[in-house]
Ligand binder design. Sequence first.
Ligand SMILES: [Fe+2]
Ligand SMILES: [Fe+2]
Length: 341
Amino acid sequence: MLKKTQFIKDLKEKDFVESPFLIKFCSTSIGKNGKPFMNLILMDKSGEVEARIWDDVPNYVGLAVKDSIVWVDGRCQSYQGRRQIVISRLQILREEEFDLKDYLAAGTLDADALYLQLVEFVKGMTDPYYKALAEAVLCEDSEIVGKLKRAPAAKSVHHAYTTGLLEHMVSISGILNLLANHYGKILDRDLLLLGGFFHDIGKIWELSYDRVTDYTTEGKLVGHLVMGVELVDRKIRELEAQTGRLPGPFPVEKKLLVKHLVLAHHGSLEFGSPKEPHCLEALIVHKVDDLDSKVNSISKFIEADLNPGRWTALHRNMERFFYKPDWALRDSPINGSENKV
Ligand SMILES: [Fe+2]
Ligand SMILES: [Fe+2]
């Protein structure tokens, strides 16, 4: 096993690079001089960096492919304000030569601890139908539990790391629980919690995450909202088939409300929801989902920013610069200078 000691977050301009990386993206293009070159994105658990291969490109076309872990010799340079590795040599590593954990971004929270928090929310539910549905999905289905402990919540936008989906579910469930306390009897706490648990659960099949996170064929063709509704349907059918498991047939309106919370959580047709929120719980799940994903994505953006000083580079999705609080000030890997002002 090759011990990985050089990580992307620490790379500075002019550093020699001698380290393995996971290939996230790779394409071959023809340069202005008519010669082919390769454009790559390399990743490890600390981040991502662009890379180029200018020489001997035909030799590397079959080797440098997405999901491969490769040894890279090269030099880090700054190109248009971003770090870029110019690769002089690249070699495929065998399975026994690396530990995959070094290459996949991970959250800071422990999967088992997060899962226990999720189970505590389930235990606190009181509606026998909603609780049985939550238990069937989150406590009794080992395939789902196994995937939940690993799945990211997205390819890139928010919680885009191992166990990110579970972190997002637990975070949202905590906020929903607070809102149920705050607003009292106008809200159905158990229904809100099911919205927190199930709104994105289809992502465990929508995405593949054994190596580089990507969409599965089912994810591309069906998507996590419909997959979540299909799961709810299937689990309710299974519960109804178990003698004595439910006090009676699963009430039709309860089933429709759970499905509605899943279908409406993106808030509008424009963002992929076939239904806009039509009950308070659906509206709240949508708003809290949006809040939690933005808090995560903006905080990660600020944390990863390399600009010196108090302001980040432009956040393209949000079309604004963000102010960096003290916790985000650090030496820039590009220029090695002190960021504090
Ligand atoms: Fe979603
Ligand atoms: Fe979500």
